[in-house]
Design a protein around this ligand. Structure first.
Ligand SMILES: [Zn+2]
Ligand SMILES: [Zn+2]
Length: 234
């Protein structure tokens, strides 16, 4: 197995969605690098300026990471967002419309997501045993993204994953049932740790981790207005 395979295997041996887990770590690492060494990097600052300080999700994520780690602190965020604020103020003064482009962290994480799913599909024949035996559970979105790629490579492997996925979901459901039943007044037992965490696993298997890539993309309201006011020229 190559290095990427080993890296995927490590994620698969843990609990929860391995793809979500990889993306969460990737996102936190990039934000950490920005705060640690790129606060004053002009090309990074330019990328921030394009989206006027990232998307809402990543702006708050950056603030959360900065404030929760004394190594970063609030200074880097203050320097970056003071600059973003001055861009906004200048645009108001000049009366020029400020276009907010796509957040570059969203772009990076989406690309990483695609690469991770492809890498997983390429190596799944070697990883399926680890997946079956571990506490990992692909979230619905990442399962649905992996399946067509897997089916192209090996329909048999895709069918096998589907079987394993159902088994894993049934197991989580069983643990949740036991958790619920232990709240019955007749029950003398307290829920086990696996039963308690099964609730989190159920949410993660349906919705993935709270990452920007997992939020349902909504049509931006201003594009609807533009269609109405400009006679649908988009
Ligand atoms: Zn996932
Ligand atoms: Zn973003």
């Amino acid at each position: 197995m190559d290095l990427i395979g080993i890296y995927l295997r490590e994620a698969i041996q843990e609990s929860g969605c391995p793809v979500c887990k990889i993306l969460k770590k990737y996102e936190e690492d990039i934000i950490g690098q920005i705060l640690y060494e790129h606060v004053n990097n002009p090309s990074v600052r330019e990328k921030f300026a394009e989206s006027l300080g990232l998307c809402t999700y990543h702006a708050w994520k950056m603030k959360e990471i900065a404030y929760s780690n004394p190594l970063y602190g609030g200074l880097g965020v203050a320097i970056i967002y003071e600059h973003m604020l001055s861009i906004y103020i200048n645009s108001l003064k000049s009366g020029k419309n400020l276009e907010e482009k796509k957040c570059y962290l969203c772009d990076l994480v989406e690309t990483k997501e695609q690469h991770t799913i492809e890498a997983l599909a390429d190596r799944f024949s070697e990883l399926i045993g680890d997946y079956k035996d571990s506490e990992a559970i692909l979230c619905k979105k990442h399962y649905e993204e992996l399946m067509p790629l897997l089916r192209k490579r090996s329909p048999k492997l895709a069918d096998k994953l589907r079987e394993i996925q159902i088994e894993k979901l049934e197991r989580i459901k069983g643990l949740m049932r036991a958790f619920i039943e232990k709240f019955d007044y007749c029950s003398k037992e307290t829920p086990t740790e696996r039963e308690t965490t099964s609730v989190l696993k159920a949410i993660e298997s349906l919705k993935g981790l709270p990452l920007e890539v997992n939020f349902v993309k909504k049509q931006k309201p201003h594009s609807i207005f533009r269609g109405v006011f400009l006679g649908n020229r988009d």
